[in-house]
Design a protein around this ligand. Structure first.
Ligand code: ATP
Ligand code: LTN
Length: 329
């Protein structure tokens, strides 16, 4: 049996090249090798308020973006978290073995909580639901960007704790990070990660941004005052642009050095914009085709949910038995 892979993204904000290079691109790469489930985690999105009609539309948009990137629904499942109620059910069981202190230490929780006057319980519980997503399918590999590494360590801690309290139940999932592009930084501020909740113009390149908007954001990216690319002394903004180029082009470190050493920043930015746009254009064309086919995305989501549900039900059944919760004999 092929090892199982699980990963997901929240249907909030606009997917950007960081989401693509950090996660989506690798999903496409590994789908022939593993049994993959790619999820749209709408229950995670509502940990902060989402306008209901916008959320509903966003779910299908994200599914369309997965497919446009090259996720093949004949091979991989593309499903919505709330369509399989076992995610929430297992999350409760895991909540009951998770110390609050573990959750309060999460850096994403601390950052998001600091921005809000009143912190919803869902924000604290967020990583427990994420652990449930993964453990529910006994996933062995979770391909994500670097910002999710801490949540995956927590997932393993929760699984270990459950297994030691109630007996071997969950597979221990491994984190899989891309070698280049695991953490794309903001174009306007290379000290912070590119993020879809950051909406300022010039921060990110959205996967659905028109080419001229993408080019403008890249040409305005923050660099530094050096005259050109110096690989022995790369500032964070320049390093970020080079990473974006390398991740899109697939060039080796050697090729990068030979081509970009000494190059003036204006020329570097132009070449980065060219490589990004060369990928975005065919991607956006596929996206329009997919979304133009009425009912197609909805069908993929329904079929995938139908396919994965028995896997989820089997794990919940096992976890309930282990805990002594009520199951039919
Ligand atoms: P938000 O800012 O709303 O939290 P986000 O941009 O971090 O959103 P998520 O839905 O949280 O997006 O992340 C989806 C996937 O994209 C995850 O695997 C995450 O690690 C990855 N990812 C997000 N931002 C980046 C980034 N800047 N560089 C590389 N990978 C990223
Ligand atoms: N928290 C993740 C999204 C997410 C996820 C998952 C990723 C929810 N459940 C399970 C991998 C596996 C994020 O990227 N913000």
């Amino acid at each position: 049996m092929r090892a199982r892979v699980f990963s997901g993204m929240q249907p909030s904000g606009n997917l950007h090249i960081g989401n693509y290079l950090g996660a989506l691109k690798n999903w496409v790469r590994i789908q022939q090798e593993y049994e993959c489930i790619f999820c749209i985690v709408d229950l995670h999105a509502v940990t902060v308020y989402q306008e209901p009609a916008a959320l509903r539309a966003k779910i299908e948009e994200i599914a369309g973006l997965y497919l446009a990137a090259g996720i093949d629904p004949q091979v991989s499942a593309v499903m919505v978290q709330s369509a399989v109620p076992e995610h929430a059910e297992l999350a409760w069981m895991l909540t009951c073995v998770t110390p609050v202190g573990w959750l309060e230490r999460m850096t994403q929780y601390k950052a998001k909580a600091a921005k809000q006057e009143s912190v919803g319980d869902g924000l604290l519980q967020y990583p427990v639901l994420m652990a449930a997503d993964i453990l529910l399918y006994q996933a062995a590999i979770v391909p994500v960007g670097d910002d999710q590494a801490q949540h995956l360590e927590l997932t393993r801690d929760i699984a270990q704790r459950f297994n030691s309290l109630y007996g071997e139940t969950f597979v221990m999932p491994a984190t899989s990070l891309p070698s280049v592009g695991a953490r794309i930084m903001g174009l306007d501020d290379p000290q912070v990660k590119m993020s879809k909740s950051e909406t300022g113009a010039g921060h990110a390149v959205g996967l659905l941004d028109p080419p001229d908007k993408a080019r403008k954001a890249i040409m305005r990216a923050t660099t530094d005052s050096a005259p050109g690319v110096d690989f022995d002394n790369l500032g964070p903004g320049v390093a970020n642009l080079l990473t974006i180029y390398q991740a899109f082009s697939g060039w080796t470190d050697d090729q990068m050095r030979k081509h970009f050493a000494g190059m003036r920043y204006g020329d570097l930015k132009k070449q980065v914009a060219d490589v990004v746009i060369a990928h975005l254009e065919p991607f956006q064309k596929r996206y329009r085709e997919i979304m133009g086919e009425r009912g197609y995305v909805a069908r993929v989501l329904a079929e995938s949910a139908f396919r994965v549900r028995p896997l989820a039900a089997a794990t919940v059944e096992l976890a309930k038995r282990r805990m002594g919760l009520y199951t039919a004999e």
